[in-house]
Write a protein that binds this ligand. Structure first.
Ligand code: FAD
Length: 158
């Protein structure tokens, strides 16, 4: 089943189908950067009662994936629906194997961004550098080179 959109109605539908038909493959395409967020809570975020955007997110894509086996793909926009052939066209996204390397202590780009990237790039692999910040290639040079070579070698074999 393909679900277009990943907010309240769409994730409710996907979850319902998952409960009733556990064997079905379910893929959700959400063009935004979050799934299952509280649109109703936005005024509270603007008004300052809710501290961060993150507090409006009920469930992250990885939780849907792990707990309900629903494949939520954020930053994927459906541009065409072909009901006759049961196909949808999804706006061009990165599909080539992609290595994402992220320093856990990065204060410029938060770890959440790395997780979001991992969730939105289908064929991606995330390597976390626990001891590094933004300049992980300087902070953990050996590990950086090792991971890069390992990834390149894997691609050569594939
Ligand atoms: C300020 C505010 C206050 C609200 N207060 C209440 C309230 O008090 N009580 C209440 O019951 N409801 C309230 N609502 C409404 C409630 O949030 C909506 O009912 C709910 O968001 C509807 O969810 P939905 O999934 O149907 O649609 P939407 O929230 O519109 O979600 C649609 C999703 O589909 C995605 N999408 C659209 N087109 C595409 C595409 N082509 N490809 C991929 N993805 C796509 C969008 O990015 C979006 O995430 C409020 C809404 C707002 C904005």
């Amino acid at each position: 089943m393909v679900v277009i959109g990943g907010d309240a109605a769409e994730m409710t539908a996907a979850s319902r189908v998952r409960r009733e038909q556990p064997e079905h493959e379910i893929v959700v395409f959400e063009r935004g950067k979050h799934a299952s967020y509280s649109a109703c809570g936005m005024p509270y975020r603007i008004g300052g009662q809710v501290e961060s955007e993150e507090d409006l997110i009920a469930r992250k894509p990885e939780v849907f994936r792990e707990k309900q086996h629903i494949d939520v793909r954020i930053r994927h926009e459906v541009t065409e629906i072909d009901p006759k052939n049961k196909r949808v066209k999804v706006k061009n996204k990165i599909t080539i194997p992609t290595l994402i390397m992220h320093g856990k202590k990065d204060k410029i780009c938060s770890f959440d961004l790395a997780e979001q990237m991992k969730a939105s790039i289908l064929n991606s692999h995330l390597v976390v550098f626990e001891k590094s910040g933004h300049s992980l290639f300087l902070e953990e040079t050996e590990k950086f080179n090792r991971e890069l070579i390992k990834f390149a070698e894997t691609q050569k074999k594939a």
